[in-house]
Design a binder for this molecule. Sequence first.
Ligand code: MRU
Length: 347
Amino acid sequence: MNFFTLQWQDGAVVMIDQRKLPNHEVYNTYRSHEEVAAAIKTMVVRGAPAIGVAGALGMALAANNSKAKSHEEFFAEMDRAADLLISQRPTAVNLPWAVKRIQAFYRKEKDSSLLVLQNKILEEALRIFEEDVVMCRQMGEKGAPLIEEGKTYLTHCNAGALATAGEGTALSVFYEAQRRGKKFKVIASETRPFLQGARLTAWELSKNGIDVTLVTDNMVAHLMRLGKIHGAVVGSDRIVANGDVANKIGTYGVAVLARHHGIPLYVVAPSSTVDFETPDGSHIPIEQRPEEEVTAFFGTPSAPAGIQVFNPAFDVTPHELVEAIVTEKGIARAPYAENLKKVLQRS
Ligand code: MRU
């Protein structure tokens, strides 16, 4: 990749400001967990695995900045930081997954001195980062065989390097297929209202030499009917026990269309996105985003003042519409309630 999404640099978190892409490639530096929390909320960093890693690095900042004199005081401060970070976005399970992993880690290491503990928390956060990089590679390797020579694949939102610490989830499959010499095309849907497809996916795929064509969301049905799309490959923010998939708003529509046209829908996600505690998609919290994302284009109003708006950021695709779920450990197919566990339990 010829850019990075987030990094730990000299005691701070540095992140590309995704709100400014594709026009400006700007990196911001964050020195406190409160700043990282605000960056998650305002979409400087977004994408399920990336906000998980940002949450872990935010916890490392909270530990480094702590002036606590006792373990009790330190744990109370860290738990408050965890609550703040987790509360920024409710749908992607990777955020609580990563932050809670840090919480469990410092409780387990409670016999270390505070100074040692601060360093160990940073090491654990960096392990979460590195594991994400490796999982991206592995998802690419597991998913690349699904990409067929000469075919065209739709992707929705951004499930690429910009959404992870590594090469992405859905897009890592394309990057790996390209390394294997396969010839294929990608169609990126623009992903209203925040335009992750247009601003981010089109940017990173074209920057990395993938043949990508941009369409608006409402063109997908027409293109499928014309036989111009042969498969859809998307990421996920949360996959629950029965295989239902939360992903960017519009994914459910793509799934229904794909089924109608006999096109496979592949979901690519790491184990950190899988939430076995939640039985089915009806229990997944769906984030509502600000109305201005729908009523204006980057500050310029595009709807009557005061109009009522719905702006759910995610939807749920029922597992029946999913052809396969690609994880870093392998590919799960229906029945997901049994097979997701089987695949993820592989060592
Ligand atoms: O609101 P966003 O941009 O954080 O939503 C991101 C998505 O919905 C992605 O498709 C999902 O996180 C998978 S990314 C690897």
